[in-house]
Design a protein around this ligand. Structure first.
Ligand SMILES: [Fe+2]
Length: 259
């Protein structure tokens, strides 16, 4: 009975994500991007818990953002057809109004076939490449990397060093490139992968982070040299589909130009 109760509570927790709002200030942010809003979705794993799409979709219905970024682990089961996760992802995002672009990188649970599936939803999947976002003649550069665990080559690290002099944002599935991003002078690094631990002690201390390096960046807001990073707890769960003391999240980030 006690085990069944614990399981039920963990399942209810997994279906009770939060919308986290963050204001992040940078002296180097071009003035035209002051107030720029980013919806950060990571680790939805919606094939594992498809009913989460409706719950979370209601929480963000009608939200208006400039940029939508997805930092991987769309799937939970690497062998499953991508549509088993992208169909509920499409429902999750149906009510979101995106002014500029939808950008994505893959996670360690995503097969290469996920690229086409995400492109069908309007995402540009950044495989060790950068794109520029422009406003009123100013620009920021967004670089997306292949996953550290699943697809890593030296091209990922090299891609971080493009766009010298620009305000740069890195999209990476895992925080395990944080030190390289700092070396490259990246201003903002957005990632997930750790699920915030998914199973945490009361107070939110993670029992497991799944990181082999950069453990300082395991969850939440962090700094590494010139880089401000945010490691989201992620929306979904891998198996078991349970959370304790660590709610899932969707993150709305507003960029501010520091005065
Ligand atoms: Fe994940």
């Amino acid at each position: 009975m006690r085990l069944a109760g614990l399981y039920g509570r963990g399942r209810r927790n997994a279906l009770a994500p939060q919308v986290v709002e963050l204001d992040l200030s940078f002296a180097s942010l071009p003035a035209a991007f002051d107030g720029y809003r980013i919806l950060h979705v990571t680790d939805p794993h919606l094939d594992a818990l498809p009913e989460l799409a409706a719950v979370a979709g209601r929480m963000i219905a009608g939200i208006e953002v400039d940029l939508l970024v997805l930092t991987g682990d769309v799937l939970a089961d690497h062998e499953a057809p991508p549509a088993s996760a992208t169909a509920p992802l499409e429902r999750l995002l149906a009510g979101v109004v995106v002014g500029d672009r939808r950008l994505a990188v893959l996670g360690n649970h995503d097969p290469a076939a996920m690229v086409d599936a995400l492109e069908r939803l309007g995402f540009e999947v950044l495989l060790n490449r950068s794109i520029a976002l422009t406003r009123q003649g100013e620009r920021i550069v967004v670089t997306g990397l292949d996953d550290v665990h699943c697809f890593y080559t030296d091209a990922a690290r090299t891609a971080l060093f493009g766009g010298d002099g620009d305000f740069r944002v890195a999209l990476v599935h895992s925080p395990e490139m944080a030190d390289h991003a700092a070396e490259a002078g990246v201003a903002l690094y957005l990632c997930g992968h750790t699920h915030g631990g998914q199973v945490c002690l009361p107070g939110g201390r993670a029992l497991l982070t799944r990181l082999t390096r950069c453990r300082h960046a395991a969850s939440g807001l962090w700094r590494d040299g010139p880089t401000t990073g945010y490691t989201s707890r992620g929306l979904g769960t891998s198996w078991p589909t349970l959370r304790y003391n660590c709610p899932g999240e969707l993150t709305v980030i507003t960029l501010r130009r520091a005065r």
